[in-house]
Every structure is written in structure tokens, then in C-alpha cells.
Design a protein around this ligand. Structure first.
Ligand code: TRP
Length: 345
């Protein structure tokens, strides 16, 4: 690990939305392209995280491949030495370090995790798995094994990143500095710049974020949606009765969301896009423009997706997993020595 490490994981379950594309996938891929050379970029598929809540296990393999294809279609280079694309479960050190860290983690600490509280409240106690409960520990292991300094995560993962810092500091205090502590959140934001964590809203209910786990799917555009179906979803997006286009997320969340989507699709600053349509009264005409843009984007993206070679992905996995195992095992060994599981050389 000679270069500083930037690391992030993108979950394999569920289909990704254009919100995930513009909020996570695209910024990650752009960042990887810009920073490779100077940094090592770990992009991994957290397959062990995929069934903390119940899934259809027959679909997991397909989803892992699909996720990797999405990265590639979004422009992630598959053959750059500094860019690692790997499957978490192919690096067994993740599971092993998790167990060790589990034993230094408080039950109360995990119980306070907001994502855990939200999810467990939804599914009911008897279906809450221990995996869901200690999932932040696995996430900490994901980060600490590679000594990652920079971990771009959305708002909902910040508390987990804070935990990764806490547990690494705790281990370091107890056993001499053996782990690299990820940078504090303010520094991360500085490093990645604004734009990170940008949220596209649900088309049907623009007060909430567009989420892949929303079952109705009416207000959600998936990257695999049929382009004309997706255009229809835009045409029936919820707006308001002001009959004047403005960017004002509080008063006009629907129209503001459409302006935001258009800006992202065109790669233009939001201000410019707003200026072009400001004050216009026909929401129908404006929706048509956004709908066409969405359909065009999906058509182009899906063509790229169809062109991705599975062989190239498997080759990237295998190359990356070899490097990842080597680096992760070094860290694991240091921790094993510290806790007395291995002789101290
Ligand atoms: N928990 C993250 C999510 O739900 C995914 C993830 C797993 C991750 N391990 C990670 C992100 C390590 C950053 C670093 O989106």
C-alpha cells in the first residue's frame, strides 16, 4: 500500500436508479479516472452485506455481475493497475477481521446506529438478523484492511464511517498504532468536494429521495428501465399549481427536482438550466424536454451496458482480488499478532 487509498463499496442488491447513478456511480467513476496514478482506488462489491436483510439468493450472482457491468458502463477502467474492482467475499480477511473487531465493539454502540434502528423498525424484531445488527463492523473491516484514508459515502453512511474511525482509534490505543484511521468527515468532504451526496428526489413524491427500495417504482427511474416507460414516469411526475418554473426545493420540490435531473443529464450547471426555463408556465412542455433527455440517456447507457465484456470483468476481479488479498492479509496479520492469535515475529 504505497499510494493513499480511496475506497468505497456499492451494494449488490436491488437495481440501481438514476439517483444512484448521478449521486454515487458517476462521481465515483469520475473520481477514479482523475485520481488513479496518485491514489489507489478500491471499488468493491460488498456481497457479504447483501443479505443482512432477506433476498432471493438465486439472484445474487447475477446481481454481482450486473453491478460490475454498471461500473464499467459508467466508464470505470477495468485494466488500470491503481483501480481495484473486487468482490468482498473473495477476500476472506473481511470476515476474519470483522470477528476480531466484533469483540471490541459494544452492543449499545451498534444499537445506536440510525440505519439499524430504521431498518429493524421496519422489518420487525423476529426478522432482524445479527448480520444487520453488526453490519457496521464489517463495513469498518472493509475500510481498515486497506488503510483507506478517504471513503466517499452518502449522508446515511456517515455514522458508520464515524464508527470505523472510533474502532480503529480504540484498537490503536490498546495495541500500538497498527491501523490507519480514516480521515475525519470534514476532511473527506473537503477532499471529494461538494456535489457528493447529491440527491435526486422521487418523481411521485418529490419530498423524499429517489430510492431503489421503493416498491411501487412509480417515481423511481431504474438504469434498466425501458426508455419510453421511463419517459412516461417523468410525464406523470408530481409538480405544483404555481404554473411557473423556478428552482425552489421547498416551495416547488417537483419542478426543482426535474430541473436538477435535467442539469445532471446535460452535465450543465443547475443555474444555467434554471435560467433557460425560469418563469415558463407550461409544465407539460418542460416535462417533455426532461422526459426526452431521460429516454436518450437510458438508451445510450443501456447500449454501453450491452457492450461490456463479462470476460473483461472477470479478469478485473481476478487481478484485483489477488492484490486485495495480499494487502488485506498483511493488515489482518498485524491485528492477529496484536491480539495474540499469531506469534509476534
Ligand atoms: N454500507 C454501504 C452502503 O450501504 C456500502 C458499503 C459497504 C461501504 N462497505 C463499505 C461503503 C465500505 C464505503 C466503505 O451504501
Amino acid at each position: 500500500m504505497t499510494k493513499p487509498v480511496i475506497l468505497t463499496g456499492l451494494r449488490a442488491n436491488n437495481n440501481l436508479t438514476i439517483g444512484n447513478y448521478f449521486g454515487a456511480l458517476m462521481p465515483m467513476v469520475e473520481m477514479a479516472n482523475q485520481k488513479a496514478g496518485e491514489y489507489q482506488i478500491n471499488m468493491f462489491i460488498p456481497d457479504l452485506h447483501s443479505f443482512t436483510t432477506p433476498i432471493n439468493h438465486d439472484e445474487l450472482q447475477g446481481q454481482i455481475m450486473h453491478n460490475a457491468r454498471l461500473f464499467a458502463a459508467a466508464g470505470l477502467p477495468l485494466d488500470h493497475d491503481d483501480i481495484l474492482l473486487y468482490r468482498q467475499s473473495y477476500v476472506p480477511a473481511h470476515s476474519e477481521l470483522t470477528w476480531i473487531l466484533d469483540c471490541f465493539t459494544g452492543v449499545g454502540e451498534m444499537g445506536r446506529m440510525i440505519e439499524y434502528k430504521d431498518k429493524s423498525a421496519k422489518i420487525g424484531d423476529d426478522r432482524v438478523s445479527v448480520g444487520l445488527f453488526n453490519y457496521p463492523v464489517l463495513m469498518a473491516a472493509d475500510i481498515l484492511l486497506y488503510g483507506a484514508k478517504y471513503v466517499p459515502v452518502g449522508e446515511d453512511q456517515r455514522q458508520h464511517l464515524e464508527f470505523a474511525r472510533d474502532i480503529s482509534e480504540r484498537i490503536n490505543a490498546r495495541f500500538h498504532d497498527i491501523l490507519t484511521v480514516p480521515d475525519p468527515l470534514e476532511k473527506q468532504t473537503e477532499f471529494f468536494g461538494k456535489g457528493q451526496g447529491l440527491r435526486i428526489k422521487d418523481l411521485a413524491d418529490p419530498t423524499k429521495k429517489m430510492s431503489k427500495s421503493d416498491d411501487s417504482g412509480k417515481g423511481v427511474i431504474f438504469l434498466t428501465d425501458n426508455p419510453s416507460e421511463a419517459a412516461k414516469k417523468v410525464m406523470s411526475a408530481t409538480t405544483d399549481d404555481k404554473a411557473s418554473i423556478n428552482y425552489n426545493p421547498i416551495e416547488q420540490p417537483g419542478i426543482s427536482n426535474l430541473l436538477q435531473i435535467l442539469a445532471l443529464l446535460r452535465g450543465h450547471p443547475l443555474d444555467d438550466v434554471e435560467a433557460a426555463y425560469k418563469g415558463q408556465s407550461s409544465y407539460g412542455d418542460f416535462k417533455r424536454i426532461v422526459a426526452d433527455e431521460v429516454a436518450g440517456f437510458l438508451t445510450a447507457f443501456q447500449a454501453k451496458l450491452a457492450d461490456v465484456s463479462d470476460n473483461a470483468i472477470i479478469a478485473a476481479f481476478e487481478r484485483s482480488e489477488q492484490v486485495a488479498n495480499q494487502q488485506a492479509n498483511e493488515t489482518l496479520h498485524r491485528v492477529q499478532q496484536a491480539v495474540g492469535l499469531r506469534p509476534r515475529g
